[in-house]
Ligand binder design. Structure first.
Ligand code: SF4
Length: 225
């Protein structure tokens, strides 16, 4: 099987998905990104998006208006994302963090180390959520490692074991990607698009994938009859 390096993977993803657009970009609304990053925990994007859409339709996709809602109202609005009581607590903790800084803008202009520390000290926000907020809401060069990233590179036979630590996966990727926010956002978007359209959790569409000749998972798959 041909050797494969991370830049080769990125180039192949760009060829396959370069014309597609994922809903988060560096231009996305920062509060919507932060709320979406919390709501997508332990669910898929379809469910998280439904919850975000309900918040938008209710006119509360805004820190002050959302903070004014009682917990029960938030729970009802975000119900499609699952774990809606826990996620309401997480949203409330994030809203408290915003309030302590005076505004979302004031929070997001913190230096990257300080912002990450503040986010990680907030109940319900872990590494992946913190990096997603730093990258897409604050425009900082954070590298998001999610389940899609682990699945893709593990199937390609690259990187640490799939369930290794977040830090181990970041260390594997970080030196191979340009250290700027647009490039890191592009990389993350390409991985998500690939996972959603071809590299599915079950029955990936390897026959349509440019990476198949170099993919350990595809080479292990049984040949069609
Ligand atoms: S060949 Fe299949 S398993 Fe490998 S990266 Fe492509 S879609 Fe995923």
């Amino acid at each position: 099987m041909p050797d494969l390096a991370i830049p080769d993977v990125v180039a192949a993803l760009e060829r396959m998905h370069g014309a597609e657009r994922w809903h988060w970009t560096p231009e996305s609304d920062p509060f919507e990104v932060a709320v979406g990053a919390i709501l997508v925990q332990h669910t898929n994007w379809t469910n998280a998006e439904r919850a975000v859409d309900r918040l938008r339709e209710a006119g509360v996709l805004d820190p002050d208006r959302l903070a004014d809602l009682p917990d029960e109202a938030i729970e009802e609005l975000i119900r499609p994302s699952g774990q809606y009581r826990t996620k309401t607590r997480k949203l409330r903790a994030f809203l408290d963090l915003v309030a302590r800084h005076g505004s979302l803008e004031a929070l997001l202009v913190l230096p990257s180390d300080a912002l990450r520390a503040e986010l990680l000290a907030t109940w319900g926000i872990g590494d992946e959520t913190a990096d997603a907020i730093a990258l897409y809401a604050a425009g900082q060069p954070a590298l998001v490692v999610d389940a899609y990233t682990r699945r893709l590179f593990s199937r390609l036979g690259l990187g640490p074991p799939p369930d290794d630590s977040y830090g181990a996966w970041q260390a594997f990727l970080v030196g191979e990607l340009p250290p700027d926010a647009p490039a890191l956002a592009r990389f993350h978007a390409l991985v998500v698009l690939h996972a959603k359209h071809l590299c599915l959790a079950r029955r990936p569409h390897c026959g349509d994938c440019h990476l198949a000749p170099c993919c350990a998972f595809a080479s292990d798959a049984p040949l069609p009859p």
